[in-house]
Design a protein around this ligand. Structure first.
Ligand SMILES: [Zn+2]
Length: 464
């Protein structure tokens, strides 16, 4: 009962199937071709990247297990199918949507523009889709879980947001990101992800590139397609700068090390409490920040661009694919570094860049790089202290810290942590949110105030 990019969801109108969550397979027979037949209720249709056998599109073939399990399938009675040709390829968008057909048509038009921008990044060419066709599987229904998942010749797009106004723009952002993955990650692919292991986690050193650079381009393509204006795009730039500059985690682990945590953070969570607030930074945003800094440096110092870098990587590592539909030359980090040296015509620059920002903990020099693009990085004033958003009140009026305190914050410096109780603040007994907010209003974030705390072991003390 979960329609998204990882699981399987069934209801009376439709089914959204991620095949690893749907099918069993026999170990040892992974190389065999497979055939799947869906026995559908009357009027139901199927959409998938699998190869259809016959006109009725209920029976499909896959050359091997990897391709079969890489192929999400959407089944249902109210499928809208839009098909178009571009650059010698066939694209189709199968949508399930409870709103108007006009909204779907407008969304398909915007999708077509974004798709062309992706080709533009890679020198105007589309990937050689395995059966000449790429399929967008759009499940825009209230019961869907917001998600996007890339595949070789399709993407699973699930969202409860409508295809209008802000919802349409956010859904288009997912389209943009996921279609970029048809190049970056599906074909231009990290060696750590190959072959995909259905028994245990594949660990990759390069998700800052696979996801992070895709995050950067997902947003940039929306600007290039005219879906964002400058201000909307620069909001994203600010976000990337903010998370990197303010993240305590990035001081302790490199982009490579953050990538290796994917198995624990990307929907792979467990029940044990962690200190990720202080030790982790998403490789999506960390990688987007690296892409931004690199794009600016390539433009300013080397009269080239990140597009040219992506094109060079695409030609060497992305285009070559095996007859059984797998990347023939998955890349390693030294490969990425070497090609950067070639594109910049400066191997020393590539070495330094990787040593500092990929393997190392250095913060990209955003202010310096953005200044040359006419943009200033200006710290904003803290508007209010965050304490009221970090506590919970029990029924008997105890004020408990509900989240990890952030390294460098006032709470952290005072040695106050999750689970501790704030008894008095600035001489006032704290029993409810209104009282706490009343005390907070009398102070600015820079003030020192006495605080009486009881830690989770029951020991009381006064600090400030
Ligand atoms: Zn992604």
């Amino acid at each position: 009962d979960r329609s998204d990019g990882t699981y399987a969801g069934f209801d009376q109108q439709h089914a959204h199937l991620t095949l690893p969550a749907t099918l069993c397979y026999a170990q040892g027979l992974e190389g065999r071709a497979a055939e799947v037949k869906f026995e559908l209720p009357a009027g139901w249709k199927a959409a998938t990247q699998l190869r259809p056998l016959g006109e009725d599109r209920t029976t499909f073939a896959a050359p091997n297990l990897q391709y079969l399990l890489d192929s999400p399938v959407v089944l249902g009675s109210q499928q809208l199918l839009h098909t178009w040709q571009d650059g010698g390829r066939t694209f189709e968008m199968a949508t399930y949507y409870s709103g108007s057909t006009t909204e779907v048509e407008a969304f398909v038009k915007k999708t077509q523009q974004v798709v062309r921008e992706a080709a533009g990044v890679f020198g105007g060419e589309y990937p050689a889709f395995d059966y000449g066709r790429y399929t967008f599987l759009g499940d825009y229904l209230p019961e869907a879980t917001g998600d996007g998942m890339e595949h070789r010749n399709s993407t699973s797009l699930t969202s409860p947001l409508p295809l209008r106004e802000e919802g349409a723009l956010r859904n288009l952002g997912t389209v943009s990101h996921e279609f970029f993955h048809a190049y970056n990650t599906e074909r231009l692919r990290s060696k750590g992800l190959e072959p995909f292991d259905f028994q245990r986690v594949n660990m990759s050193d390069a998700l800052w590139f696979g996801e992070g650079f895709t995050q950067y381009y997902g947003e940039l393509m929306l600007r290039r397609a005219g879906a964002y204006d400058d201000e909307q795009f620069l909001d994203k730039v600010s976000q990337w700068v903010n998370v990197r500059v303010n993240s305590p985690g990035a001081r302790y682990a490199s982009a490579v090390e953050m990538s290796r945590q994917a198995g624990f953070v990307d929907a792979g969570v467990s029940i044990d409490p962690t200190n990720r607030t202080n030790t982790y930074l998403s490789y999506y945003y960390q990688g987007a920040g690296i892409a931004l800094a690199l794009d600016l440096q390539l433009r300013q110092r080397y009269r080239t661009s990140l597009d040219k870098y992506m094109q060079a990587l695409w030609q060497e590592y992305g285009k070559p694919q095996t007859p059984s539909f797998a990347p023939a030359k998955p890349y390693t980090l030294p490969d990425l570094q070497r090609v950067l040296g070639v594109v910049a015509k400066d191997t020393a620059f590539a070495g330094t860049f990787f040593r500092r920002y990929v393997y190392g903990h250095d913060t990209p020099r955003f202010a310096e790089n953005l200044a040359l693009a006419g943009l200033a990085v200006v710290p904003t004033k803290a508007l209010a202290a965050a304490l009221p958003r970090q506590v919970e009140f029990t029924e008997d009026g105890r004020c408990l810290l509900s989240r990890n305190t952030t390294l460098g914050s006032g709470l952290y410096k005072a040695g106050i942590d999750r689970g501790d109780e704030i008894m008095m603040l600035d001489g006032v007994k704290i029993t409810d949110l209104a009282t706490l907010e009343g005390v907070m209003r009398k102070h600015t974030p820079a003030d020192l105030v006495p605080v009486r705390v009881r830690n989770r072991a029951g020991v009381e003390r006064t600090t400030q």
